[in-house]
Design a protein around this ligand. Structure first.
Ligand SMILES: Nc1nc2c(c(=O)[nH]1)N[C@H]1C(S)=C(S)[C@@H](COP(=O)(O)O)O[C@H]1N2
Ligand SMILES: [Mo]
Length: 374
């Protein structure tokens, strides 16, 4: 594959691989900003990053539509109403290094930095589909919106593809966008410009970058990344070889689970008094059952939970930033010189993030209690 045309990438990211370019910031840097600045937005690629001229890029819509259409980016911008949504983009492999510590997993050993809470601007996919008209589905058939980028090459297939159920695409409340802006700027090549899909609440793999083709189908995208990756296989399938004939038996992932991560822990004790303080900061993301309602911290292995203060949350699709300051002596907290803090998130329906997360060979959807040491 040709990596000679890569744009200049952010220098604030820790590089996991140069070709394809895969890099993430630290969680400690991320939680300092409610809206993630572009320089801190992780990059996840399955092939070369390419820069495209907006004036020559086209988006085609075909398949089970009443009218096949092809639009230039400019036409999309002028013919449809624009919409903005704040939503967290997150890779399914977030915290894979922690799952890999349980037992070997396949994939980029991402830490907890593959998340970006950005303001996305574009047009609603719903408007585009209503404009083309979607054909009636054959009885008992669920239709899917398949997204492809033929414009770039990738490692495991001849194009990058993903799909979402048509129902999700047409749901006005789901805010699915064809985006051309990120944080009020033109979407950069690194993040899929000129056009990328934004599916709030779904894993990043479905947010197809450099989007050029939409096909309405009676089946999911046949692409490798929809069919043979981004699935939670049961733990007994523990090698690539064993997985080979199993993929089709398991559903493609849609949302990611309720999660929280400890991004930083600062312990300070003053020599003059016996008191010490612990400042813990982190972020949290919802699962599919409502946004994060509470985040709690324990420094005694789960015997006592202390409520953290939520300092940022915006709408249905954002991440949550939280912090807590524990002071020894107050509220009978004892803070040892060294220790371990854990975080857990609780959502609007009262579901709590689990203490442990089940292992799977691709190391996706890890959501055990967040952990931080001092
Ligand atoms: N065309 C294309 N789209 C893609 C990918 C890719 O490799 N190629 N990677 C996907 C994955 S797995 C993730 S997590 C997000 C990452 O988006 P980002 O690089 O803007 O952070 O893009 C998704 N869209
Ligand atoms: Mo991803």
């Amino acid at each position: 594959m040709d990596y000679s045309c890569e744009p200049v990438h952010s220098t604030l990211l820790n590089i996991q691989a140069k070709e394809p370019f895969n890099a993430e910031p630290t969680a400690a840097a991320l939680v300092e900003f409610p809206i993630t600045p572009e320089d801190l937005v992780y990059c996840r690629n399955h092939g070369p990053v390419r820069e495209f001229d907006e004036d020559t890029c086209m988006l085609s819509i075909s398949g089970l539509v009443k009218q096949e259409v092809k639009h230039s980016v400019r036409e999309l911008k002028t013919n449809f109403a624009t919409k903005e949504v704040v939503a967290a983009l997150q890779c399914a492999g977030i915290r894979r290094n922690e799952m890999g510590a349980i037992k070997k997993v396949n994939g980029v050993p991402w830490k907890d930095g593959v998340i970006a809470n950005c303001k996305w601007g574009g047009i609603r996919l719903r408007d585009l589909l209503l404009h083309c008209g979607v054909q009636d589905a054959p009885e008992n058939t669920q239709l899917h919106v398949c997204f492809s980028s033929y414009a770039t090459l990738c490692e495991d297939d001849t194009y990058y593809g993903a799909s979402i159920p048509l129902e999700r695409a047409l749901d006005e409340a789901a805010d699915v966008l064809i985006a051309f802006e990120m944080n009020d700027e033109i979407l950069s090549p690194d993040h899929g410009g000129p056009l990328r899909v934004v599916v709030p609440g779904y894993l990043g793999a479905r947010w197809v970058k450099w989007l050029d083709t939409i096909i309405i189908c009676a089946h999911e995208s046949p692409n490798f990344y929809q069919q043979r990756d981004y699935k939670i296989l049961p733990p007994e399938i523990d090698t690539k070889d064993k997985a080979r004939d199993e993929w089709s038996k398991y559903p493609s992932m849609t949302s990611l689970p309720l999660n929280s991560v400890i991004a930083s822990v600062h312990h300070s004790s003053s020599p003059s008094s016996s008191s010490s303080t612990l400042l813990v900061k982190g972020y949290s993301t919802p699962g599919s059952t409502g946004n994060v309602k509470r985040v709690e911290i324990t420094i005694d292995e789960g015997k006592t939970w202390h409520p953290a203060t939520i300092t940022y949350q915006q709408g249905k699709w954002s991440w949550t930033i939280w912090e807590i300051e524990l002071v020894s002596g107050a509220a009978s907290v004892e803070i040892p010189q060294t220790g371990t803090a854990y975080s857990r998130a609780i959502d609007e329906q009262g579901n709590a993030q689990p203490k442990e997360s089940a292992w799977n060979v691709r190391g996706v959807a890890y959501n055990a209690w967040g952990i931080g040491r001092w």
